[in-house]
Design a protein around this ligand. Structure first.
Ligand SMILES: Cc1cc2nc3c(=O)[nH]c(=O)nc-3n(C[C@H](O)[C@H](O)[C@H](O)COP(=O)(O)OP(=O)(O)OC[C@H]3O[C@@H](n4cnc5c(N)ncnc54)[C@H](O)[C@@H]3O)c2cc1C
Length: 466
C-alpha cells in the first residue's frame, strides 16, 4: 500500500464530506490524471479531486493551504508542455465536471462558462445564434476552455482572429488560500486599474484556479472557403505567404506542411496531396457570400505568381473539413514514425518565417538530424520537429534543439507560440527571459501564491538551469 504524508491524510479526511467519491486515491484514478500529450513521463499524484462547483474548489484550496499541500489544476490533459503533470505529494484538481455554459449572450457579445466546458461545445452553442468562438486549437474536440485560458491557446484561425487572450474579458480566480478574485468585466470597454485578467491568461495554473471565464464571442461569417496549394519547398511557400500578406490579404487560416509532414499523413489523409509536393499551404478565407471565394481566388493567383505548382479548392463543407483534418493528423502521424521526436512550437514575426526555415534547415541538416516543419505559417508559429526514433538520436539532437530555440529568440520571437512552458521548457526559458525578469515574475506569483502551492515546478526554471 502506498504511504501518504500526514498532511495528505488529514486533507483527505477533511474533504471527504465535501467531495465524497469525487476525491480519489486509487491507482486507476491517479493514472487518469497523471499525464498529458507532451510525451513526458506521467506523474503520480497523492490524490485527485473532481469538483463540481466554485465552492468546492474554495473548500479544497482552504484546507490544502492550511496543510501546505500543493495543487495542480487540470483541464482535459491535452497540453503539450507537461504543465498539468503532478509530482508526488500533490493533489490534482480536475475541472472536467465543471462544464456548464452559464450564460450565452450574443447581444452583449459574451458567454460565461465554467472551466471544464470543451472548446467545441462553446463554438457550437454560439453557432446556434449565428456566432462563433474563434480560438480553435487542434484539440478543440476535447480541450477545455479553462485549459485554453491557462495556456493562452492558439489555433488555425489565429492568423485572422488572434489567440485566446483576445477573447478573455474576465475570469473568476480562486487563489491557493481559497480567496476568490473576480477579475475583468462584461463590457466591451473597461479600464479599471491594472489588467489582472491578462496576467492569468497563459499563467499555466501557477497563480490560481480559473473557476469561471467571461469569453467574447463574435458573429460568424456567412461563408468559408478552403484550398490547398503545393510548392517546390517551404521557402517557396513562405515567399508566397509574404506576397499574399503584402497585398493586404488576411486569410483566416494559413497552415504549412513540409515534405516529411506530407509523407507522414498521406497514408491516413482523405486528401490526395501530390507525391511530388515539397510543401503545401492550406488556406481558408471567410466573409460575406461571394467575397470569401473572391478572396481565395485572388490569394491563389498571387500564390501561383509566386511559384505555387498545383491547387485545389474544396466545394463542400465535408471537403473543407477533410483538408483541416489532414493538417490535424500531422502531429500524431509523426509520433507514430518517430517515437522519440523532439517537438517544439516556436513563434517569430511573420515576415521572418523564410529566414527561420532556411536557418533551421541549415542547423538541423548540417548536424545530420532529420527534421520536419509544419504549422501556422500565417501567424509565424511553427512546429519544428527533430525526428528521432531512439533515445541516442534524441540525446544527439538536444543541443540542436537548444540552438533552434535560441535562433527563434534572435529572430525576435518566442520559444513557445502556443503550447506553453510547463515542465517541457522551463529549463530553457532563460533563453527568452532574462533572470531579472523571471525574478520579477516569481515575485508577482508570490503575491498571489505566497506558499508556492499552485502547480509547483512548472514554468519557472530551477535556479541553476540555462
Ligand atoms: C492533437 C492536439 C492538437 C493541439 N493543437 C493545439 C493548437 O492548435 N493550439 C494550441 O494552443 N494548443 C494545441 N494543443 C495543446 C493543448 O490542447 C492546449 O494547450 C489546450 O489549451 C490545453 O487544454 P486542456 O484542457 O487539455 O488543459 P490541460 O492540458 O489539462 O492543462 C494545461 C494547463 O492549463 C492549466 N489549467 C487547466 N485548467 C485550469 C483551470 N481551470 N485553472 C487554472 N489552470 C488550469 C493546467 O494546470 C496546465 O498548466 C494541441 C494538443 C493536441 C493533443
Amino acid at each position: 500500500m502506498a504511504t501518504r504524508s500526514v498532511a495528505i491524510d488529514t486533507l483527505l479526511t477533511r474533504l471527504a464530506p465535501v467531495l465524497g467519491e469525487r476525491l480519489r486515491t486509487d491507482a486507476e484514478a491517479l493514472a487518469k490524471v497523471g499525464g498529458d500529450e507532451s510525451g513526458l513521463p506521467a506523474g503520480t499524484a497523492a490524490a485527485a479531486a473532481w469538483p463540481v462547483s466554485r465552492d468546492e474548489v474554495v473548500a479544497l484550496a482552504r484546507e490544502a493551504f492550511l496543510l501546505g499541500v500543493p495543487l495542480v489544476p487540470r483541464g482535459a490533459g491535452t497540453g503539450k508542455a507537461g504543465a498539468c503533470i503532478p509530482g508526488a505529494g500533490e493533489v490534482v484538481v480536475d475541472f472536467s465536471r465543471m462544464n456548464r455554459i452559464r450564460e450565452l449572450r450574443p447581444d452583449d457579445l459574451f458567454a460565461v462558462v465554467e472551466p471544464g466546458v470543451v472548446n467545441q461545445t462553446l463554438d457550437q452553442a454560439a453557432s446556434e445564434h449565428g456566432f462563433m468562438y474563434p480560438p480553435d486549437p487542434g484539440s478543440f474536440e476535447s480541450c477545455t476552455l479553462g485549459g485554453n485560458v491557462a495556456t493562452n491557446a492558439g489555433g488555425m484561425r489565429a492568423v485572422k482572429y488572434g489567440v485566446t487572450r483576445r477573447y478573455v474579458w474576465g475570469v473568476e480566480l480562486v487563489l491557493a488560500s481559497g480567496e476568490i478574485l473576480r477579475l475583468g468585466r462584461r463590457s466591451i470597454k473597461g479600464v479599471g486599474g491594472l489588467d489582472l485578467t491578462s496576467l492569468v491568461v497563459g499563467s499555466e495554473g501557477t497563480l490560481g484556479f480559473i473557476t469561471e471565464a467571461t469569453l467574447h464571442i463574435i458573429p460568424a461569417p456567412p461563408a468559408v472557403e478552403t484550398a490547398w496549394l503545393t510548392f517546390a519547398d517551404v521557402l517557396a511557400a513562405s515567399r508566397a505567404a509574404d506576397r499574399i500578406f503584402a497585398r493586404g490579404h488576411v486569410p483566416r487560416m494559413m497552415e504549412v506542411m513540409d515534405a516529411p509532414a506530407l509523407a507522414a499523413i498521406r497514408p491516413l489523409a482523405e486528401v490526395a496531396f501530390p507525391e511530388r509536393a515539397g510543401a503545401c499551404l492550406l488556406i481558408e478565407t471567410d466573409g460575406p457570400e461571394g467575397r470569401a471565394l473572391d478572396d481565395l481566388l485572388a490569394i491563389a493567383e498571387l500564390a501561383t505568381d509566386a511559384g505555387a505548382l498545383e491547387s485545389a479548392i474544396a466545394r463542400k463543407e465535408k471537403d473543407r473539413e477533410a483538408m483541416r483534418r489532414a493538417r490535424r493528423l500531422v502531429s500524431s502521424s509523426l509520433k507514430e514514425r518517430f517515437a522519440r521526436k523532439i517537438a517544439d512550437d516556436v513563434a517569430v514575426p511573420r515576415s521572418r518565417m523564410g529566414e527561420l526555415f532556411a536557418r533551421a534547415a541549415e542547423l538541423a541538416l548540417g548536424r545530420g538530424i532529420p527534421w520536419c516543419a509544419y504549422g501556422h505559417l500565417g501567424d509565424g508559429n511553427l512546429h519544428l520537429n527533430l525526428l528521432c526514433t531512439t533515445e541516442e538520436e534524441r540525446r544527439r539532437a538536444e543541443p540542436v534543439r537548444r540552438e533552434l530555440l535560441a535562433l527563434t529568440v534572435a529572430l525576435g520571437g518566442s520559444i513557445s507560440g502556443e503550447h506553453g512552458i510547463g515542465l517541457a521548457k522551463r529549463d530553457v526559458l532563460t533563453l527568452e527571459l532574462p533572470r531579472p525578469l523571471l525574478a520579477l515574475q516569481e515575485q508577482v506569483k508570490a503575491v498571489l501564491d505566497p506558499k508556492g502551492l499552485m502547480n509547483p515546478g512548472k514554468v519557472f526554471p530551477p535556479t541553476k538551469a540555462a
